[in-house]
Design a protein around this ligand. Structure first.
Ligand code: ZN
Length: 303
């Protein structure tokens, strides 16, 4: 099933978000997003077959004066749901997140903050925890995911880290509102005391609707769900570092760097029957490109 998202409608939703972000930037907290507003505005939109908007291919990403994550990035992972049932899928993702310091991530160095400090090509997976899905409600909302991160901080299972990105990775059995219909993942932030906590959601698309969020049904690591999640994680992390509070880098259409290259893969090669486009450590991956703001470069796999 392909979600009925038209490019024009999506762009409107994104543009609407930009206005909202500017308006809320002066207050301390971004209000808990409602699904209708939130889902499109900072998400890896669903449908692996959807090309990026044509305008996005030529418009530069511009800086809007707000924070950029310039310290070495530390990843904190919440495995939400019954991941113990899928150890191989988990292992592939741990390997990927442990190798995200890469020519691909180095593209983000092109997005400095107001003081000229650059994103560093340094990403480390520092801590992982497992969290059970709450008994109710049956369908998790965006707010539930934020609360999951907040509770992990409350319980001191993670440090409060302004250079952290807290990734909530949901098991295939988790029913998340909007997942596989409107989005494959998204990033957001909330205030925790005086610290902004950057977090992202990426769901496991394995199942009958896999192809909504996966570019191919066979994959370089023999697990299309894991390989699809790796690409979405890369996308969200790139956006979280360059536009953590929605006042950093995005183009005139509201597209963040990775949005401009969503579902585009560049030069690729075969691994068995699957496509791949990069090798990280001992594994091959098929990761969507990221936008280089160097004039004349645009979507690329690395720098
Ligand atoms: Zn995005």
């Amino acid at each position: 099933m392909r979600p009925p998202i038209t490019t024009a409608a999506a762009r409107l939703a994104v543009a609407g978000f930009v206005v909202a972000a500017v308006l809320t930037a002066t207050s301390c907290a971004l209000p808990a997003p409602t699904e209708a507003v939130a889902a499109e505005r900072r998400s890896q939109r669903a449908s692996a077959a959807a090309p990026a908007a044509p305008a996005a291919a030529t418009t530069p990403v511009r800086y809007h004066g707000g924070p950029v994550m310039t310290g070495p990035v530390r990843l904190y992972v919440i495995w939400l749901g019954e991941w113990s049932a899928n150890p191989t899928r988990k292992r592939i993702l741990v390997h990927f997140m442990s190798h995200l310091t890469s020519p691909w991530f180095a593209i983000n160095r092109g997005y400095p903050d107001a003081a000229g400090r650059r994103v560093q090509n340094s990403v480390r997976l520092v801590r992982q925890i497992s969290v059970a899905v709450p008994a109710a409600p049956a369908r998790l909302t965006d707010t539930h995911l934020a609360d999951t991160v907040r509770r992990a901080l409350d319980a001191e299972r993670f440090p409060v880290d302004r250079s952290g990105i807290y990734l909530v990775l949901t098991h295939r059995s988790v029913d998340k509102v909007g997942f596989l219909t409107r989005h494959c993942g998204w990033h957001d932030y909330f205030w925790y005391g005086s610290t902004t906590i950057k977090y992202a959601f990426v769901g496991d698309p394995t199942g009958p609707n896999l192809r909504v969020c996966a570019p191919q049904a066979v994959s370089p690591n023999g697990d299309a769900g894991a390989d699809a999640m790796a690409s979405t994680i890369a996308h969200e992390v790139a956006e979280a570092v360059t536009n953590p509070e929605f006042t950093g880098w995005f183009d005139d259409g509201g597209y963040e760097n990775a949005d401009k290259c969503a579902w585009q893969y560049g030069r690729r090669y075969r691994v068995g029957r699957a496509w791949a486009n990069m090798r990280l450590g001992r594994r091959h991956y098929y990761i969507q490109m990221n936008w280089s703001n160097t004039p004349g470069v645009g979507c690329t796999l690395g720098t």
